[in-house]
Each structure stands twice: as C-alpha cells, then as structure tokens.
Design a protein around this ligand. Sequence first.
Ligand code: FAD
Length: 461
Amino acid sequence: MGTTVFERHPASASSIAAMLGGSALSPFWTDDAPGPERPALAGSHRADLVIVGGGYSGLWTAIMAKERDPGLSVTVLEARRVGWAASGRNGGFCEASLTHGRENGESRWPEEIDELDRLGMENLDQIGETVARYGMDVDWQRTGALAVAVEPHQVEWLGEDALDAEATRALVNSPTYLGGALSEDDTALVHPAKLARELARVAEDLGVQIFEASPVTSLEDGPLVRTRDGVVRAGKVALATNVFPSLLKRNSLMTVPVYDYSLMTEPLTDAQLAQIGWEGRQGVADMANQFHYYRLTADNRLLFGGYDAIYHAGGRVRAKYQDRRESYEKLASHLLTTFPQLDGIRATHRWAGAIDTSTRFCAFWGTARGGDVAYSLGFTGLGVGATRFGANVMLDLLAGEETERTRLRMVRERPLPFPPEPLASLGINATRWSLDRADHREGRRNLLLRGLDAVGLGFDS
Ligand SMILES: Cc1cc2nc3c(=O)[nH]c(=O)nc-3n(C[C@H](O)[C@H](O)[C@H](O)COP(=O)(O)OP(=O)(O)OC[C@H]3O[C@@H](n4cnc5c(N)ncnc54)[C@H](O)[C@@H]3O)c2cc1C
C-alpha cells in the first residue's frame, strides 16, 4: 500500500508533544463565547409549539415559527445547555449544499439537484440576511472555500477550473498542495458557539421561552411533552434532537454518532500568518476520503479538524469518547505537515463531537402522531447551514402546507436505517477501514465500497 503525504512527512514526537502539552480538553468555541444559563422546566405548561433540542435545528425552528406567526407561543426544551453539542463544537463552515455536496445529491435525486442547489444557496443568503437583520454577533464572513489536492490522484478530482500547485500555494502556502479549486460564494465561516448563543438571544427577543437542563423523557399522546420535573401540553412538536436517542421508535436506527476531532491553536503571529498568506481567509478542506478541514478564527487562531472518524460500539454520545490521544497526536502531526512554518505553535484546545450520520449523508424529515410531530435529523457533518432549511421543512410539515420544499423527493423519502448492533459496528468500521485503504491506494475503492456505492450507501467526500 502507498503512503499519504502526512505519513511521508510526519512531525517529530517532540513538536507534537509541545503542541498538545498545554491544551485543554474542551471545545474552544463554547469556552470563548459562553451563553447565559436558563432555568429548567418545572410544573405544567401549554404551548402552541414545543421544540425539543436547543441546537441550530431547534433554535432556527423557534425563530422562524415566530416570524411566520408572532402570536404563536413557542417553548424550547434543551436537555443540557443551548449549543453544547454539535452546534457549539463544529468547524463553523456554513455551506450552501443541502445534500452534503452536489455529487451525493446528484447520485440520489438527479432530477432535482439543480433545484436543491438553488434552495441551498437561497438558504445561505437568508442566513446572512438574518445575521444582518438582527445584528447577530457571530463573526460571519462569506469567505468561500478552497478544496485542495494533497495526493497526485486527487488532482483530477478538482474539475475543470482547477488551480495548479503554484496558484493554490499563492492563496494558502502549504507544501502539501498539488492543486486546488476555489468556490467563492457557497461558503461562509461563522463562530459556531456565537451562532447558537445569538440564535437563542433572537428567539427570546421574539418571545420564545427556552428551558435548559430539561431532558424530554417521553412524548405522549396529546401531544404531552414530559421532562423530569415538568410537562407541556403542546399544539405541535418539532423534534430537533439530532444524533441523540430518538423520542420516536421509528427513528432509533436512523442516525449514528461518529466522532470527529479538532485542535485550536493560539493566535498566529503576524509573521506566522505572513508565511502562509491566506489573505482570502477561505475555509480549506483536502480531498481525501478521510479529510482535514481548517480555517482561521477572527483572532487568527487556526482550527484544524477531521481525518479520524471514530464510531464507538453501541452508538451513544459519551463525554469520555472525546479523550482520544492518538487522534489528537495525528491531527497535530498533520497540521505541521500542512504548515511546517508553524513548528513550535501551541494548541490551546482539543475536543471532539458526534457527527450526526445518516445512511444517505444528509438530512431527512417526516411526521408522526397524525402530523402533530415533525422531525429533522441526520445532517452528517454538514448542518451549520442546512439545519435552517431543515427547520423550514419541519414548519411546513407541521402547518400541513405543500411548499417547494415539501414537494422535493429528497424531503419525502426516508433513508435506510443502520442495522442494529453488532452489525452496525461491523459495517461502519469495515467502511472506515476501506476508505482509509482507498486513500492509501490512489483513491481506488475496494469491493465493499463499490458494493455500498451501488446500493446508495457509499460515501465519497
Ligand atoms: C466536530 C464537528 C465538526 C463539524 N463541522 C461542521 C462544519 O464545519 N460545517 C457544517 O455544516 N457542519 C459541521 N458539523 C455538523 C453540525 O455541527 C451539525 O450538523 C449541526 O450542529 C446539527 O445541529 P442540530 O441542532 O440538529 O443538533 P445538535 O447541535 O446536536 O443539537 C441537538 C440538541 O438536542 C438536545 N436533545 C437531544 N435529545 C433531547 C431530549 N430528549 N430532550 C431535550 N433535548 C434533547 C441535545 O442536548 C442537543 O443540544 C460538525 C459537527 C461536529 C461534531
């Protein structure tokens, strides 16, 4: 088997240890922008709309419900804190795509991919407009994105308008780059925790009630939404619980958590930044199956994440899964392979989060209980922008309205479930192993991956 550039040019053990030595095992974003604490639900309440989950999906649903009908009473119930989960620990790449890239969408819904792309771009524009309209302090910057080839076989994947190595390195100076493709309009960068905090602030300004430390334990006929210490009689219920155990049996095998790891460095000095260039401040991702994503923050820290994607048998979200030394060491080494100019830089934070994986690699929707309950789940690591579209779909479904969104085949079709354990572990780990092998074999996909591709379960980043 071949090697990747990260294996041919690894960082020294001492550089890796120096980078990670003083880092806290905690998401940078929520440490940087903590939100206010809110009370837990207690006693009996009523609300026209109850939303379960205080991440982007739930908060967008709350805001847009109030925008559609200011008279509606809306309550959000969050198990822990607003934005503590994926919404507060992601890379902050807010992308237009609703389908996890055009290729994935086109392979599933070829007849509507142009419409899906148009709706995705409109959704991204509308997020930018909302940020401006409510004066949201979220470090929003429509920088665009740079896809980079770091192995010879990836160069041909860049497409017609590819930049050569020299032009790519003129944008962002990494010796690993063999070519690149710039997309200027389809990506904004955002501070993830500020986005969650500000969405909650705007929702409350519009009159939404948000309760924290209020895990919903059951959804009963009525619908009655029950927490440990309280209950809400709801007109309608929106489930925005992402990869957490579903309140509906039918969704229990529809998403699995796959852990993704990140490092955040101290702010780069002007001299360090000058050696890299990066005046356009684009979000960058390489083109391997197991890819890295990286970006600058408003204060010029470098976020470097991705590569390892770890599934833990049983499919739960657990704090202990964050602590995986080998993944952080790999990331530290790969960061220095990418930017040897930064040797000596320290990471201040390291953390992981659960990717909300569905078998079709993008969100799905549906209703239950005679249309009183709707859900929007399974964004598979590309939900910063798409959760707003998903929230709009939930509101359309709950209103019983046919819209251009609910007419989509993508919205009407449900994906295949994951198999139960132990098959889930076997299948997911075999797929991961195969993707890693493909990265080491010039992208060539083995029998398992080709089989999965054939039945629509294949993933090619
Ligand atoms: C490390 C990492 C990096 C990522 N990077 C990117 C990126 O750069 N770009 C991108 O587009 N996407 C990215 N993603 C994916 C993106 O973060 C998610 O798709 C998005 O945040 C999903 O939002 P959500 O509101 O649906 O889910 P979440 O943020 O997970 O929120 C769900 C909420 O529901 C609550 N909840 C669950 N069950 C209950 C219950 N029974 N009662 C009450 N509350 C409940 C949870 O406590 C949680 O707060 C990344 C994800 C991770 C983990």
